[in-house]
Write a protein that binds this ligand. Structure first.
Ligand SMILES: Cc1cc2nc3c(=O)[nH]c(=O)nc-3n(C[C@H](O)[C@H](O)[C@H](O)COP(=O)(O)OP(=O)(O)OC[C@H]3O[C@@H](n4cnc5c(N)ncnc54)[C@H](O)[C@@H]3O)c2cc1C
Length: 376
């Protein structure tokens, strides 16, 4: 996005990519259909030590701008849920679109080209690479985060930032499955594959969506979302009957099916195996008519704030994003230019701006890339 925007302004642009092709994360994103934006994107959908930083770029390159580009290229798309837009066919179309725009703007792209030393001087930069040494007035670092090393992710951008005196805020895996250990794992492990809607809550943030039990712990959109707000030791709670009044539900079950046991009553609202497990470990299982009001209140309270004791995350191997990164206090929010080194820009995921699940991370990549592309 940065390259094509700068190219359209008549700048001579070279993209240096060390992988054998560009846009690998676009290709693998959204299950191969690329959730390329979210129509509801706003600054509140991002995590950053400086929540105001993303506002300017997001306001100047909006989801509508990107949708306009997608439509110009005749790419069919649909909304899945919650403003998330996906290609009808393939994420390859998004990469093709960006490459076509780059070609039209005269952008040169070198793939399979690893970068060595980067030096500054004489009002510009000298970039030593496997395909030669390049001199440039401006250098935009779009090297992404640490997630999925097998796709070409590297700490290159962070190292370069440090080289030019930038602070890099501690990085950690985000939008990542959580792992369970010990008894917490044993209690759920054999339910692997079971999925249910929950509202996950941690540190004042909550997300209502599906949770999936895995062999190693829990995943699914609600867990991926909340993982970005969770750190080991933090209290993490699940509402197992989101959007429902748990007490009213239990009272209604007692009224309608007094002889039914709690596990069958709960199975009306939860997956059967999950309901059964709750009654084996957490609740006393007996016919509904034998529950007093206080007991029902107690069960309802537990269903609303069920504690999930996670031991960690699956880490960068499976994380969709990397939290932290280049400190935004040292970048211009209008252009993404370094305040320490004129001509140096940081865009996309390498910057300490991380979106929720749902197309926000690409929208940040497009918007920050566009902001820098107009300035380089
Ligand atoms: C499995 C998965 C699915 C995802 N799905 C979505 C989704 O549907 N919607 C969404 O909004 N976000 C999604 N994301 C997040 C999104 O892919 C990233 O936030 C986004 O790609 C960041 O863009 P970027 O340009 O900053 O970095 P990247 O897309 O990571 O690109 C960085 C590029 O720099 C190259 N590079 C790295 N180091 C060097 C080096 N030393 N020299 C030269 N080149 C280098 C890499 O090879 C790579 O091509 C997903 C992520 C993953 C892992």
């Amino acid at each position: 996005m940065c390259a094509l925007t700068a190219g359209q302004r008549g700048r001579r642009v070279l993209v240096v990519e060390h992988a054998n092709r560009v846009g690998k994360k676009i290709l693998m994103s959204g299950g191969g259909r690329c959730n390329f934006t979210n129509t509801g994107t706003g600054p509140g959908n991002f995590l950053s030590a400086n929540p105001h930083f993303c506002k300017s770029a997001l306001a100047r390159y909006t989801p509508s701008d990107f949708i306009g580009l997608v439509e110009k290229h005749g790419i069919a798309y649909h909304e899945k849920e919650l403003g998330q837009l996906f290609c009808d066919e393939s994420s390859k179309q998004i990469v093709r679109m960006l490459l076509d725009e780059c070609a039209a703007a005269g952008v040169r792209i070198e793939t399979g080209c690893s970068i060595g030393r980067v030096a500054s001087g004489d009002g510009g930069f000298a970039v030593e690479s496997a395909c030669g040494t390049f001199a440039a007035q401006s250098l935009a670092v779009a090297s992404g985060g640490l997630s999925i090393p097998s796709m070409g992710a590297s700490g290159f951008g962070y190292e370069l930032a440090r080289q030019f005196g930038h602070t890099v805020l501690p990085t950690r895996a985000g939008l990542v499955p959580l792992t369970l250990s010990g008894t917490h794992s044993e209690r759920l492990q054999d339910l692997s594959g079971v999925s249910l809607p929950v509202e996950a809550e941690c540190n004042g943030q909550s997300f209502r969506n599906a949770m999936l039990v895995t062999h190693r712990g829990v995943s699914g959109p609600s867990i991926l979302q909340i993982s970005s707000y969770w750190r080991p030791g933090d209290d993490l709670r699940l509402d197992l009957l989101p959007g429902q009044d748990a007490l009213a539900f239990l009272q209604a079950q007692r009224q309608a099916r007094p002889a039914a046991e709690l596990k069958s009553a709960l199975a009306e609202a939860l997956p059967k195996r999950f309901a059964q497990r709750l009654c084996e470990i957490w609740f006393d299982n007996k016919p509904m008519r034998r529950y007093g009001e206080r007991e029902l209140r107690d069960i309802a309270a537990q269903l609303r704030r069920w504690p999930l004791v996670a031991s960690g995350t699956e880490g960068y191997r499976t994380a969709e994003v990397t939290l932290g990164g280049v400190d935004t206090h040292e970048l211009s929010s209008a252009t993404m230019e370094s305040k320490r080194m004129p001509g140096l820009y940081f865009i996309g995921e390498v910057v300490d701006v991380t979106g929720w699940l749902g197309g926000y991370n690409f929208q940040w990549a497009w918007a920050s890339g566009h902001a820098a592309g107009e300035a380089v």
